[in-house]
Design a protein around this ligand. Sequence first.
Ligand code: PAF
Length: 279
Amino acid sequence: MLILRTREELNAWRANEPAVGFVPTMGALHQGHVSLVEESKRRGLTTISSVFVNPTQFNNASDLRAYPKDESGDIQKLEAAGCDAVFMPHHDEVYLKSTGEKSRYHHQFGALETVYEGAHRPGHFKGVGEVVHILFELVNPTVAFFGEKDYQQLLVIRKLVELIGSNTQIVGMPTVREADGLAMSSRNLRLTPLQRKHATLLHKSLEYARQNIDQAGREEVLQAVQRMFEEDEVMELEYIGLVKDGTVDDYEPGDGAKARGLISAYAGEIRLIDNLLLH
Ligand code: PAF
């Protein structure tokens, strides 16, 4: 696997590849990321991943400082998954000094920026949109793969390609879970054993929503999930949402749409998110 550090190295590599699959990441890779690389390879695509912890999408400085890094582990995992190249740029290689670090691209994602993740992480999707736009310009992917665990991010990326008129095909891939249901996340590495045990409450409450939404109704399910968190001595609920799948609009049983549950909760300082298609 080639390790590319500069724009020049990336351009030279890309010039010889007619079509590429792209898996952008922030490193600290786990099986969720690996499944994206594997899907790209399964489709017969020459595959490149990127590892870049993008500062502009962190609305919390301590979260950025604490974000796990494991460059050699990442290289090993990508290599084992059959990845052909990885772009591991320095900050100034992505955000060129000459163009200014702030707001080179500033896209409007509408309601996606004001509810759930958008409401609780102000500026987050601006940062994601900006870095993915830059990475797409550099890599010019034929297909790009993103995990459904970041459901709202996936909607933002789909909107981004529409806004910038990109031909890149966006593929969302199912969330990969630990045996007890916890969605894989780089942030799980920071959980204490006690927090790790209680963190399964996110998935359990989404499962509860899945089993009860149609009989119990919207408000009852939302309140029941709130109670489940009030009774837990470790986890603190940030939001629970029931939306029409593919949107961030409220779901009401009987309105003919598919429902998706969205959840975010804290274990101490560590913020975890998850979502589940309910039917
Ligand atoms: O999902 C992530 O890891 C990041 O948000 C992404 C898409 C790589 C942009 O920095």
